[in-house]
Design a protein around this ligand. Structure first.
Ligand SMILES: N[C@@H](CCC(=O)N[C@@H](CS)C(=O)NCC(=O)O)C(=O)O
Length: 232
């Protein structure tokens, strides 16, 4: 049995964390059974971030390592249909989704004052009311430090959302009218792309990133298709 440690549901999503949604999506695309358990803090995680899995007495941290190691151990290749160029394109889009669009999502939830109160209510709902304010303040301060260190959060809100919308437009152009990002079959990229897009589109927050996804009917239809396949 694979046990997936994740941040619990929030904002109407299966997890507050895009990377935990990615891990769940990948496990479902790979057809692997797992049990999702919610952690209150990432402190016990091997890399102090979620998700991680426990499998065969071992802990594997990081959604990318989880996918790579389980693929090797279970003889799974979601990218078998891709040629070298397809793999290169998918690789670059995964990096864009996870290392750039992710930070715009993070900004929209944690640092944009327009959405912070709703995020705080949902993310910290399991905490006793008296602890919620102080804990949220501490965590938000860490998120701000991380996001400024990464660099995107140093920009103006307009620029952050412009860049996030450009990533979303690139995903819409890659998808076109095909069912999955790389064609007829779901591939590793779909786990990352869906996780980031769902975190914009399906979250109960009216952010500029949600509006950006709404500009692309093919992405809205893709999210509905992926949700039905992986989370119904
Ligand atoms: N590269 C990692 C990123 C994981 C990640 O950033 N997780 C975030 C939640 S989305 C986290 O645990 N943050 C807690 C922290 O930084 O303290 C992966 O793919 O799993």
């Amino acid at each position: 049995m694979i046990v997936l440690w994740q941040f619990g549901p929030a904002l109407g999503l299966p997890s507050a964390s895009p990377f935990c949604i990615k891990a769940q999506t990948w496990l479902r695309l790979a057809g692997l059974e797992y049990e999702a358990r919610n952690a209150l803090t990432p402190r016990q995680a091997p890399l102090t971030k979620l998700p991680y899995v426990e499998v065969d007495g071992r802990k594997i941290a990081d959604s990318g390592c989880i996918a790579r190691e389980l693929s090797a151990a279970r003889g799974i290749d979601l990218d078998a249909a891709l040629d070298a160029r397809g793999r290169a394109v998918a690789h670059a889009f995964i990096r864009m989704a996870e290392e750039h669009l992710y930070w715009a999502v993070l900004y929209s939830r944690w640092l944009d004052p327009a959405h912070w109160e709703a995020m705080k209510r949902s993310f910290f709902a399991a905490l006793p009311a008296v602890a919620r304010g102080p804990v949220a303040k501490l965590v938000r301060r860490k998120v701000e430090r991380d996001a400024r260190g990464q660099g995107l959060a140093l920009h103006s809100p307009e620029e952050i959302y412009r860049r996030g919308a450009a990533d979303i437009a690139a995903l819409a152009d890659l998808l076109g009218e095909r069912p999955y990002m790389m064609g007829a079959e779901a591939s590793t990229l779909d786990a990352s792309a869906y996780a980031m897009l769902a975190s914009c589109w399906e979250a109960q927050l009216d952010t500029p990133l949600k509006a950006a996804v709404g500009q692309h009917p093919n992405l809205a239809a893709y999210c509905a298709r992926m949700k039905l396949r992986c989370f119904s």
